[in-house]
Design a protein around this ligand. Structure first.
Ligand SMILES: [Zn+2]
Length: 233
């Protein structure tokens, strides 16, 4: 399906994730499932080999479902547009186990002020954060390729954090992170489906990125180049 044409114009390309020459396919960054139909005309794709592309679909679906089930993303037009797909995805036989464990993890948490005044209740559920991180890190590598036209170094590391994790950093580091990000370049894919801020090569030689999905779900991403020792091997 148009493969010949694709290879012709992409002949100098390498897989955005592993660097393999003449990759067979392409990958949407972020996964195209998070955009409501009709999808925007301009979506980012990067060249990708079959190996790097296999097994991404299930994680992408999980990522989409977990983000779209949040109370704070529910009103986003893309989430509204993909809800029918999400309901279908939860009723698939192969998702039975996941749906069951998710339903089991749903909890009602009562919110009270420190004086004990009842504010209402929220419904929470457990998400597999390492699985979400896997998708976030692939998105970050894909965007890195898209922005720089070179792959993120194979020996480099990508670390991602949700904003809830921020308390693992010291106060002065958090202040520095906020300062760097507030001066960073901002770009948007879709209608605020994904907004990303990039501080290239700053912050103690690390690239620091902030990815915001559906205007409310933030992931802080550190792009860490290989150490010099690994670099010379
Ligand atoms: Zn690859």
């Amino acid at each position: 399906m148009g493969n010949v044409h694709f290879i012709k114009i992409e002949i100098m390309k390498v897989c955005a994730y592993c660097g393999k020459k003449n990759p067979e396919t392409k990958d949407h960054v972020p996964p195209k499932g998070i955009f409501a139909p009709p999808r925007p005309n301009f979506l980012v794709t990067v060249p990708c080999c079959n190996d790097c592309h296999s097994d991404t679909a299930k994680d992408d679906e999980y990522f989409r479902n977990m983000l779209a089930m949040r109370k704070d993303t529910f009103r986003h037009p893309d989430v509204q547009g993909i809800l029918p797909k999400i309901f279908r995805s939860f009723s698939k036989p192969e998702q039975k186990k996941l749906t069951k464990s998710l339903i089991k993890s749903i909890k009602k948490t009562e919110l009270k002020t420190s004086e004990g005044i009842y504010l209402g209740s929220v419904v929470t559920y457990d998400a597999d954060l390492s699985r979400l991180d896997k998708v976030v890190q692939r998105i970050a590598k894909g965007l890195y390729y898209h922005e720089n036209n070179v792959i993120f170094p194979i020996n480099g590391k990508v670390k991602s954090y949700t904003l809830h994790d921020l308390n693992i950093f010291k106060k002065d580091k958090i202040e520095r992170i906020i300062e760097v990000l507030s001066n960073a370049q901002v770009k948007e894919i879709g209608k605020k489906t994904l907004v990303y801020r990039m501080a290239k090569g700053e912050f103690e030689h690390l690239g620091l990125w902030l990815l915001t999905f559906f205007e409310n779900v933030d992931f802080l991403v550190f792009m860490i180049p290989p150490t010099k020792k690994e670099n010379t091997v």
